[in-house]
Design a protein around this ligand. Structure first.
Ligand code: XIL
Length: 375
């Protein structure tokens, strides 16, 4: 029997999800139909990452820095290949709230406007993280830090309410051994800070899918076990969580033996899974094969809603000389690009929504009929 994962959601969130699911399913069907018309002779011959991902009801995104949008190669590649973006840094706490209660949405707003103009979805990254906190927050203690965290979430997720497909509500809260990372949040606020963050995000943007996001979760291991247990616990206690993000920062020799199995076990809990920050150090076919394996794994998991690579070009990768992306420094397609496109074109359409609205929707690709906020 299929489990009705919606039963874990609060009634209002459940209703919103059902309506969003219906609209998103219509959007996905429309995209698939558009794809079929464009590529009438061969439905699996889409020529860009975004178009090919859309054929299976998924997105293909990139992390973007607003200051590069004026560079022709950067913008042209983004526009041609991607149908979702995430701010590489512009929506983080230090960028959005440089002093207490004083918000700065300049970079994030620029990205959201760009996405709206170009029909792209926007992932939100990230509301609460131990890194890239403003200095003033790093020094807070106890209730003051708790209040700062919830004020920050309300301010940022509230500002972008209705415009974000999924938020990385909490980023990187676990250690390799599955224990909680001893961040200022953990030390000052104790275990409950993660669920408090999710509840605050739910209140601020009931329509966004709410994700927990982490790295080193590229298989069944102690860290992914701990996150899995957290999702089970949240669902049992009605803490809103919709998705788990797998950053997927890899090398060409990464062991992906249980990568797909790991995605699937989360999906089986009734949360969506997303590849959120994919990059693979290396070059040539070794690098391409890792990209291919990750893409195939996502396509094999019905609830894997899409893939985001952590940048467009090796020229601006946060991993410097590791050349971990799909386009080289001159925006030329690499072997890894061809591997990803081939895998997308070969792959698995996401199944239709289950009866009763049990499957959460793919992220809303920008369409005219996005449902208005429900009471
Ligand atoms: C990185 C950015 O790419 C860099 O520009 C910045 O200096 C540091 O952060 N995990 C995450 C991302 O969740 O936010 C990080 O992004 C990369 C690792």
């Amino acid at each position: 029997m299929e489990k009705d994962e919606d039963m874990h959601q609060t009634p209002t969130r459940r209703l919103r999800r059902r309506i969003t699911a219906a609209v998103a399913a219509t959007a996905a069907a429309g995209l698939a139909a558009a794809g079929a018309m464009l590529f009438a002779g061969n439905a699996s011959a889409a020529e860009t990452l975004g178009a090919s991902a859309a054929e299976s009801g998924r997105y293909f995104g990139a992390a973007i820095a607003p200051n590069f949008l004026g560079e022709e190669g950067y913008a042209n590649t983004l526009n041609a290949e991607f149908n979702s973006i995430v701010a590489e840094n512009a929506m983080k706490w230090d960028a959005t709230e440089p002093s207490p209660g004083q918000f700065n949405f300049t970079g994030g707003d620029q990205l959201v406007a760009y996405a709206e103009d170009h029909g792209m979805a926007v992932r939100g990254h990230t509301l609460v993280w131990h890194a890239q906190q403003p200095t003033w927050a790093q020094g807070l203690q106890g209730q003051a830090l708790h209040d700062a965290m919830t004020t920050h979430i309300a301010g940022v997720a509230g500002h972008y309410q209705g415009k974000i497909s999924s938020w990385d509500v909490v980023n990187e809260a676990f250690e390799w051994d599955g224990s909680r990372r001893q961040s200022n949040l953990q030390i000052q606020l104790g275990d409950k800070w993660i669920e408090d963050a999710f509840r605050a995000a739910d209140a601020a943007d009931p329509d966004a899918r709410l994700c927990y996001n982490d790295y080193g979760t590229d298989g069944v291991n102690a860290k992914s076990d701990a996150i899995y247990d957290m999702v089970v616990d949240f669902q049992a206690r009605g803490v809103p969580i919709d998705c788990v993000g797998f950053q997927t920062h890899l090398g060409s020799d990464s062991d992906l033996g249980s990568y797909q199995q790991n995605l699937q076990r989360f999906a089986d809990l009734g949360v969506d899974v997303e590849i959120t920050e994919l990059d693979v150090g290396g070059s040539g076919s070794a690098q391409a094969n890792v990209f291919r394996t990750v893409t195939e794994a996502c396509l094999a998991v019905d609830r894997c809603t899409g893939i985001t690579v952590w940048g467009i070009t090796d020229k601006y990768s946060w991993r410097g000389e590791e050349t971990p992306l799909l386009f080289d420094a001159n925006y030329q397609k690499k072997e890894a690009y061809e591997a990803v496109l081939d895998a997308l074109n070969a792959g698995g359409r996401r199944g239709p929504p289950r009866r009763g609205g049990g499957r959460a929707p793919p992220p809303p690709l920008r369409i005219a009929c996005t449902p208005s906020r429900l009471p």
